[in-house]
Design a protein. Structure first.
Length: 83
């Protein structure tokens, strides 16, 4: 019982946090990028976008094989500010 009490703590101290209101100017929406091609082409494009400063190469998913032989895909999701 002591372990449960220590884990739960004092239930009477629980605070209720209301929803955060996000100002209209700070609204973000996900933008999904999908690269499909040979592994060499997909990785090359990811590195090129990194050099351009668009996204870090590590932000992309690892290449995922598709149902087509020799073809992979990689996914990037970025949060884009919508005015």
């Amino acid at each position: 019982m002591t372990q449960t009490k220590n884990f739960i703590g004092n239930v009477n101290e629980t605070r209720v946090v209301g929803p955060t209101v996000v100002p209209e100017s700070d609204r973000r929406e996900p933008l999904k990028h999908l690269l499909i091609g040979s592994k060499k082409t997909v990785i090359s494009t990811i590195h090129y976008l990194h050099v351009l400063g668009y996204a870090h190469a590590t932000d992309w998913s690892d290449p995922i094989p598709t149902s087509n032989p020799g073809e992979v895909m990689s996914i990037l999701v970025r949060q884009i500010l919508i005015n």
